[in-house]
Design a protein around this ligand. Sequence first.
Ligand SMILES: O=c1ccn([C@H]2C[C@H](O)[C@@H](CO)O2)c(=O)[nH]1
Ligand SMILES: [Zn+2]
Length: 293
Amino acid sequence: MAQPMRFMLNQIETESYGAFTPQILSPLINHAIPHTRAQISGSPVVAVGGGSSGRTFFGVNVELPGLPLDHSIHAEQFLLANLALHFEQKLECIAISTNGYYFQEPCGHCCQLLHKIRDMSDTKILLTNPTGQKGTYMNLSTFLPQGLISQANVPRLLERNFNCIELINHSLYMDICSYSEHCNHLNCRALKAATISYAPDSKCPSGVALIDHRGKVYSGGYMESVAHNTSLGPVQAALVDFVANGDGQEFKNIVEAVLVEKKCGVLSQEATARMILEKIADPDCIFRVLHCK
Ligand SMILES: O=c1ccn([C@H]2C[C@H](O)[C@@H](CO)O2)c(=O)[nH]1
Ligand SMILES: [Zn+2]
């Protein structure tokens, strides 16, 4: 049984660890490796990020049992969704490792997604020589010197962003609270996740909320990449919350899910969300879609 894992360390804990070096990160990464879910590829990956608030965040790769690997959550994507869960807007440094010894750059897909964060070109990426432990830092711009960015005047990924959406037939959903920060209703959490999701190009925000058999709720919002195929879907974003805060439970313990998205958007997450949940959640999992405008 893996030791319990905390996917966020507060500022005091972060300071007590000290500098962002391979030697200091190595035991933290080794602690996180059993929490990766890489049963298909057999390749665990851990990402660690130092947020500008002084907190440390972790990401692990998550493969979805029985589904093609392109539905997997990369450790870097997990890290980004984890930052979003904690309203962290910027990264000072990032490190990615499969073994706590060798530190590598983010994959090409994730470079594109990371590039969506403001000032990401100043973020230090920790790297080691494959045969040694000596760390060096490089900037994202080394790997992506002139990466594509969408329009200049839209918020960047992780920035406070508020999609003005409203449920259609609002009155039918008795348990939609007028906007509440801490409400734990499944519908409200999915709506809130969609409200703060990131869809600058498609303008199709979406959010998913999941509930486990004990009644705990998890949620996450869509994160659109400029290289669109590498976007993080709303189910995956909610699964990040489930893996980070669900005490290591299996996906089979998910018993109900709600997706909020536009009724007539240029894209829909519904079919993909249904397909993923049918594969990984409780076979009797209830899946509902609430449409917004
Ligand atoms: O930068 C990378 C590259 C791959 N993976 C994951 C995806 C898959 O689960 C496994 C094998 O590719 O590693 C990451 O998490 N980050
Ligand atoms: Zn990646």
